[in-house]
Design a protein around this ligand. Structure first.
Ligand code: ADP
Ligand code: MG
Length: 166
């Protein structure tokens, strides 16, 4: 049997620019149909990471906090999948409500990144990538973030997340 590929990786990110860079690297592992769930307190860096994802995917429009809209679609500038950036915070009804958003793209053809989606969007697919971002304990001023990525489902089983720590 081949080596088991770890399904999770822990990273330290030292600045907002490094967080964007992580997003650009992560984008290379993503493809249409992928769901990425971002968890972390306000100001953790979820949107900053998503900005890097958008850069890496080569999509149109600056990725900003989707706080005032539930979802924003960023079409690809090339022939890649669009990025659908969702702030599920106000998505009370969960998945049904999300399907009612009437986005002009189909989620299975998109890379879907969800902030605050726990307990709401898991039904979208059995496969998902969880990204947890947190500050060092007791550290309120520093730019250090701990990022943990964990793949769930068959989609992620063969993916070597370890390439992200290189
Ligand atoms: P969230 O979407 O999780 O609420 P944002 O990405 O909108 O967070 O904001 C993160 C804030 O923290 C930004 O002002 C960013 O400049 C700052 N920051 C400081 N250090 C980092 C880091 N290592 N990674 C990401 N953001 C950082
Ligand atoms: Mg945000």
């Amino acid at each position: 049997e081949g080596q088991a590929v770890p399904v999770s990786v822990e990273l330290t990110v030292n600045s907002p620019e490094q967080m964007r860079e992580l997003g650009r690297h992560l984008a290379k592992l993503l493809r249409a149909g992928d769901l990425v769930m971002l968890t972390g307190e306000l100001g953790a860096g979820k949107t900053t990471l998503t900005r890097g994802l958008g850069e890496g995917l080569g999509v149109r429009g600056a990725v900003t906090s989707p706080t005032f809209v539930i979802a924003r679609v960023h079409p690809s500038l090339g022939d890649g999948p669009p990025l659908v950036h969702v702030d599920a915070y106000r998505l009370g009804g969960g998945l049904d409500e999300m399907e009612d958003l009437d986005l002009d793209v189909s989620l299975p053809d998109s890379v879907v990144v969800v902030e605050w989606g726990e307990g709401k969007v898991e039904e979208l697919t059995e496969d998902r990538l969880h990204v947890l971002i947190h500050r060092a304990v007791g550290d309120t001023t520093d730019e250090v973030r701990h990022v943990s990525l964990r793949g769930v489902g068959e989609r992620w089983t063969p993916v070597d997340l370890g390439v992200l720590s290189a």
